[in-house]
Design a protein. Structure first.
Ligand code: FAD
Ligand code: PYC
Length: 414
């Protein structure tokens, strides 16, 4: 694999950039693998990478029905933070931030992780209590969240209109939080996994999960049957479709979640601003576009679109908080299908079918967890037992009642 560096850029400039290597191969599927991963989003590709890197398992295929990162991985608004309420989730997401901090160097791929801070606005006494509770819980766990009052907020974000329809009282800021480049994450993991010997098979939907009694034996795909000792499903909004194929019911609902971006403008916003109360959030990409997100559409469905009233209420809220953007034109709008679990936490688990594993339920917040999700899922699949970080996130919590309620901390997108 060609190492990316200033020297490779110069060398390739000499040949008019016509000699860059392909980043990964496109092999035909073999008849059998040790592990088949269903879903070539960030989580599936990261799982393949950590299976190879941490467990030496390289006889692996990632089977993707579309193209890499065409699911939620490249449809999301890229917020990375660890400001969750409960110990179990804060520990998981904070371990994720540590992986993000070294990811570009580790993958030799610029994932543009930018720790520009994420602020959650407070508009009422209720918001204040929620945010303070979460902030104190975070600080006890060593997570860097601080409260900014109105004056401090105005200094941080001069263009924020504090006296909008729901006046802003202040906000909780995590400075280590930020954004990353979504498709680069998928591509960086794909390139590194391919290098380790993983076969990445695109345009190949899984149509069935094959089993012999209570043992998984492989997957039936558009390109034929592929045998596997283990099948690891990481299919986000399509998870329950795959679970049905194996005769398993999972406590998930699939909802559209949408986002929109504006035309590029000069840099005016250097932090991410979220408001739980008005269900809107905004950041500015390195390219200059305003990246705007909304609350999830309340109906279930698989259409990657979303409803007009959500766009309208989101844009209204953004313009009230940032009147300076009132004449900016929006360029594109889209939806992704998110897999919402009852406690807004992921499910990273073995199943009653031996050799079959699911990693799902990340809902509106899984981009930030891509590295850590891949790392702990690879551990679960390789060793047939959870990593300490994902042990609390098994399926059994829905029968024991040990739910980890992160509905509030899941933030604006709910
Ligand atoms: P995906 O990238 O969706 O990958 C799953 C893959 O499985 C897809 O590529 C799909 O094609 C494939 N697949 C499905 N069925 C099959 C099949 N039968 N056969 C083969 N392949 C199949 N999270 C954050 O942390 N921060 C945010 O700011 C944020 N914003 C968001 C904004 C929006 C608009 C959306 C939609 C989501 C947002 N999220 C955010 C959530 C985040 O995007 C997801 O949790 C995360 O990307 C899930 O990654 P994944 O790899 O599991 O899923
Ligand atoms: O998890 O922080 C988050 C988030 C913001 C928008 C969508 N998800």
């Amino acid at each position: 694999m060609m190492k990316y560096s200033i020297f490779s850029i110069v060398r390739n400039a000499m040949s008019y950039h016509e000699r860059w290597e392909r980043q990964w191969r496109s092999p035909d599927p073999r008849s059998e693998y040790d592990v088949v991963i269903v879903g070539g989003g960030g989580h599936g590709l990261a799982t393949a990478y950590y299976l190879a890197k941490n467990h030496g398992i390289t006889n692996v295929a990632v089977v993707e029905k579309g193209w890499l990162g065409g699911g939620n991985t490249a449809r999301n608004t890229t917020i990375v933070r660890s400001s969750y309420l409960w110990e179990e989730s804060a520990a998981l997401y904070d371990a994720g931030i540590k992986l993000w901090e070294n990811l570009s160097a580790e993958l030799n791929y610029n994932v543009m992780f930018s720790q520009r801070g994420v602020v959650s606005l407070v508009h009422s006494q209720k918001d204040f209590r929620d945010v303070q509770r979460r902030m104190h819980a975070n600080r006890l766990l060593g997570i860097d969240v601080e409260y900014l009052d109105r004056e401090a907020l105005k200094r941080e974000i001069p263009i924020l209109n504090l006296d909008c329809r729901f006046p802003v009282w202040g906000g909780a800021m995590q400075r280590k939080a930020g954004v990353a480049r979504h498709d680069a994450v998928a591509w960086g993991y794909a390139r590194a996994a391919d290098r380790a010997g993983v076969d990445i098979i695109q345009n190949c939907a899984v149509l069935g999960i094959e089993r012999n009694g209570d043992q998984v034996t492989g997957v039936r795909t558009e390109k034929g049957t592929i045998k596997a000792r283990k099948v690891a499903v990481v299919a986000a909004g399509n998870t329950t479709v795959l679970a049905d194929m194996a005769g398993i019911r999972l406590p998930l609902e699939s909802h559209p979640l949408q986002a929109l971006v504006s035309e590029p403008i000069k840099p005016v916003l250097d932090t991410v601003v979220m408001s739980n109360a008005v269900h809107a959030y905004i950041s500015q990409s390195d390219k200059g576009d305003l990246v705007i997100g909304a609350g999830a559409d309340q109906y279930v469905g698989y259409g990657q679109r979303g409803s007009f009233q959500t766009i309208e209420s989101t844009v209204t809220a953004i313009v009230e908080m940032f009147p300076v953007f009132s004449r900016v034109r929006m360029n594109r709008q889209w939806g992704g299908i998110v897999d919402l679990s009852p406690d807004s936490c992921p499910i990273i688990t073995k199943t009653p079918v031996k050799g079959l594993y699911f990693n799902c339920g990340w809902g509106t917040g899984g981009f930030k967890a891509t590295p850590v999700s891949g790392m702990v899922f690879a551990h679960t699949v390789a060793l047939d037992r959870p990593h300490g970080l994902n042990a609390p996130f098994g399926l059994d919590r829905f029968t024991t009642g040990r739910l980890i309620d992160e509905y509030g901390a899941a933030n604006v997108a709910h």
